[in-house]
Design a protein around this ligand. Structure first.
Ligand SMILES: [Ca+2]
Length: 495
């Protein structure tokens, strides 16, 4: 059993760590072939619980960060956000008053945040009592992840100077701007992964034996237009642009790893400080990313797709009562975090929350909190991409009449976790897209029915040509990019 909150003093602290654009497959605990070294995350995993089935629910826009960060803050599903196509119609007014900082402020927590600016949920972010936000994607202490680490260290130093009895429990939203591009790593970490901050689109970066290997499911080109193959992330990422040659991809993964290792170092500093303050044991630490990232997997670079490297996220939790070294499927979404944190802190989740607490999983009472997982990407041509997963089976549908796109993929992840396609040329007959295989026609039908039922349940505003129209009204144009931004906030070129 987890320790039950009994009165203010017993309430746990929460350190919520969110990195920007990291695939679960970047981490050794999910991919033994990864050369990324993260000793502090490894220790966290050894002392806590690793989730194999953690996902973000999707995006109605190219800037996948934006809905993902809304879902984290308010616990609502992807089509029920202020930035969803139906916007105000499908989310309550003044929703920010029921987001993570608002709820924890009301419950008497001390709330603090550091993170990047932009492509987020500004109305919620500004409710943290202490806020130290800035976009830091440079390669030195002041311009990179060390700056975010410093903000939390300063906050904890101030806290350490107060009497124990005067300390409220804290909720710290410890966010980073990396490893999102531009991936300008610290020189010594770039050297460790054989990478350079490559800036010339007309020449390939130099090759180096220390660069991480290509991903197993690397392709030089994605085999078809996935409805948004020309999105900024696929063509304009500095260091890669449209290139998919081995040197460009391996160098960019090296840069990703250099940025990720620096994040690990910052996490180590903060955990050491909490230990020194005697507060580590009463703190739940959650580590995750707003979504995954491709960097060469399937010939893609960005997060605007629904392969496992983009849809799935890393997820580690350590805290009072969680069995050390445990590992579960979980089947959780990032939008379940708010309900779970409320549950752990003995706070009632707000009525607007649609997430499910996975505290029973953390307590070891359950392995999963749902059987079916749904994912959407509708940032390009519509309806775009949808996926549904149940057990080992995963269906992905792509459709964009204006671009002549209509594709279906069916994977058995038990034998094909890399989601190999025929272009990968694997010998194992099940390590490919099985959608056109007559032997799996029944499974395909079953998964298609499941997808439709999830689209209906979650009020997906679009339907595919092989689905009933359900008399849906024509969806409004997608929310304008940056619709959640306040006047005067600098528009970001990133997605
Ligand atoms: Ca992101």
């Amino acid at each position: 059993m987890l320790s039950a909150p009994s009165g203010l003093a017993a309430r746990p602290n929460i350190l919520f760590i969110l990195v920007d654009d990291q695939s679960a497959f970047d981490l050794k605990m999910y991919n033994p072939k990864s050369t990324l070294e993260t000793p502090n995350l490894d220790k966290l995993a050894k002392e806590g619980m690793v989730f194999d089935g953690a996902y973000h629910m999707g995006s109605s826009m190219g800037a996948v960060c934006t809905p993902s960060r809304h879902m984290i803050m308010c616990g609502r599903t992807v089509w029920h956000l202020p930035v969803s196509p139906w916007g105000a119609k499908t989310s309550p007014p003044n929703l920010e008053q029921n987001t993570m900082p608002a709820v924890f402020n009301r419950a008497g927590y001390a709330t603090m945040r550091t993170c990047k600016m932009g492509n987020s949920y500004e109305a919620a972010n500004k409710l943290f009592t202490v806020r130290r936000d800035a976009t830091k994607r440079g390669g030195d202490n002041e311009s990179g992840s060390t700056w975010h680490g410093d903000q939390v260290m300063n906050y904890l130093n101030e806290r350490a100077a107060t009497k124990d009895t005067e300390r409220k429990p804290f909720l710290i939203d410890f966010g980073f701007s990396h490893p999102h591009d531009t991936r300008d790593g610290r020189p010594e970490l770039l050297a460790k992964y054989g990478a350079t901050n490559h800036t010339d689109p007309n020449t390939p970066p130099s090759e180096h034996s220390k660069q991480p290997p290509l991903p197993d499911n690397y392709l030089a080109k994605h085999p078809f237009d996935n409805t948004h193959i020309d999105v900024r992330d696929e063509v304009e990422v500095s260091g890669v642009w449209k290139h998919r040659d081995e040197a460009s991809i391996r160098n960019e993964i090296g840069r990703q790893y250099a940025c990720s290792e620096n994040i690990d170092i910052q996490i180590g500093r903060v955990l050491e400080k909490l230990k020194e303050m005697g507060e580590l044991e009463n703190t739940y630490i959650i580590y995750t990313a707003d979504h995954g990232i491709s960097i060469g997997h399937h010939g893609l670079m960005g997060k605007q797709n629904l392969y496992q490297h983009a849809w799935r996220v890393p997820f580690i939790v350590k805290g009072p009562g969680i069995q050390a070294g445990s590992r579960v499927e979980g089947n959780i979404y990032l939008l379940d975090i708010l309900a779970t944190l409320c549950d752990l802190a003995g706070i009632q989740a707000p009525e607007s929350n649609e997430g499910t607490s996975f505290k029973p999983v953390l307590e070891g009472q359950k392995k999963v909190i749902r059987e079916v997982l749904y994912g959407a990407y509708a940032g390009g041509s519509k309806p775009g991409m949808r996926t549904v997963k149940q057990g080992d089976w995963k269906l992905v549908q792509y459709e964009a009449p204006d671009r002549g796109v209509k594709e279906t993929q069916l994977f058995n992840l038990a034998v094909n976790p890399e989601e190999y396609l025929k272009e990968h040329g694997r010998k194992e007959p099940l390590q490919t897209n099985l959608a056109a295989d007559p032997a799996h026609a029944e499974k395909l039908k079953e998964m298609q029915a499941l997808l439709l039922s999830e689209m209906r349940r979650l009020e997906d505003p679009w339907r595919f040509a092989n689905q009933p129209g359900d008399d849906l009204p024509a969806p409004p144009p997608p929310a304008a990019k940056g619709a959640n931004k306040k006047k005067g906030e600098k528009k970001k070129a990133e997605e």
